[in-house]
Design a protein around this ligand. Structure first.
Ligand code: ZN
Length: 329
């Protein structure tokens, strides 16, 4: 259990801030179906190797395919959730997963249909959603994303939370088409509406709404059933996450299927629970911080205790999530 690791491995108890952030966010990047044992107590402090480990773990990942509706499926298990829409215009993928999972992703895609891979949209720039960009491009996909995804993939980009500096991506992995606010596509008989969030999980997050089938992929603004990672290095914040979730709740109806960046396929009621969680923890931590309490003291006060049973079972432990919320104001 992550909560049971020695205190020296936890925020505020002898672990540097960088190590703390590394342990939180790399865990999230691996994808929720990766073996938790990967992040045993010895690994938690070896931050520089964690991006590599996340990529390596993808090679042994199990990919599951879940059929939704309107001919749309989702692939889970190798980074962020990947939505797939096949058809006469060629397959459209929402997010690329880890490159190391290529053989299994390719196999899953072939199982969905024989159409060639033609279109890829990235929900944001993080490597667990874009690592496969290069191979998918080589297989025939043109890549579309928010302009900040192209910016971060084009340059050397540091994520303090992962104690890792990503080098510029290879040319083929960089989106050739970008937008700043919104874009609408007509592919495979589906209307696909893309919309930029203001900075939330990063400064490059978009939603992808299949309007005919009423399915929306909301990227890493939503972790269904798990405390989320928030990337402050590239514009994310707890308040941005709450705003993005409010925006999702405004758009999502009770009939809509919601694909989160991580976690199981969800719906409006789960989004509402997630909004309540984020807002409540934010307010608790803010109140304690306003009283002048340190991060150590706030962690010791267990401000997430009421939610841990439901949301704390993933890679983001209650302590780690508290630290990310603390950083936000
Ligand atoms: Zn992310």
């Amino acid at each position: 259990m992550q909560n049971e690791v020695p205190m020296t491995n936890q925020v505020g108890y002898g672990m540097s801030r960088r190590q703390f952030l590394a342990s939180t966010s790399l865990a999230g990047a691996v994808g929720l179906l990766a073996p938790r044992a990967l992040f045993g107590r010895n690994d938690v402090v070896s931050a520089p190797g964690l991006v590599e480990k996340a990529r390596n773990a993808a090679e042994s990942a199990t990919i599951t395919v879940q059929r939704l509706r309107g001919n749309i499926s989702v692939l889970m298990g190798a980074g962020g959730n990947i939505a797939v829409l096949p058809g006469r215009d060629g397959k459209l993928l929402i997010d690329a997963g880890f490159a190391g999972a290529r053989p299994k992703i390719a196999e899953a895609l072939a199982g969905i249909g024989s159409d060639p891979i033609k279109h890829l949209i990235n929900t944001h720039w993080h490597f667990d959603h874009t690592d496969g960009n290069e191979w998918l491009h080589s297989a025939g996909a043109t890549i579309l994303a928010h302009e900040n995804t192209r910016k971060h993939l084009s340059a050397s980009t540091r994520v303090e939370g992962w104690a890792f500096t990503f080098p510029p991506s290879p040319a083929g992995a960089i989106p050739s088409d970008v937008f700043s606010n919104e874009r609408t596509l007509d592919l495979n008989g589906a209307n696909v509406a893309l919309k930029y969030y203001e900075p939330a999980h990063t400064d490059s997050d978009i939603s992808v709404h299949f309007t005919n089938s009423d399915i929306i992929h909301v990227g890493d603004t939503f972790w269904n059933g798990y405390y989320p990672f928030i990337d402050y290095s590239t514009g994310g914040s707890i308040d941005g996450m709450i705003r993005a979730t409010e925006a999702n709740l405004t758009k999502v109806t009770h009939k809509m299927i919601v694909i989160p960046g991580h976690g199981a396929i969800g719906d409006k009621s789960q989004l509402a629970s997630y909004r309540d969680l984020l807002a409540a923890v934010r307010d608790k931590v803010a109140a304690l911080k306003k009283q002048g309490k340190t991060l150590d003291e706030i962690v010791a006060a267990k401000p997430t205790a009421a939610w841990d049973a439901k949301w704390g079972g993933g890679f983001m432990s209650p302590r780690m999530f508290t630290g990310l919320v603390f950083e936000g104001f």
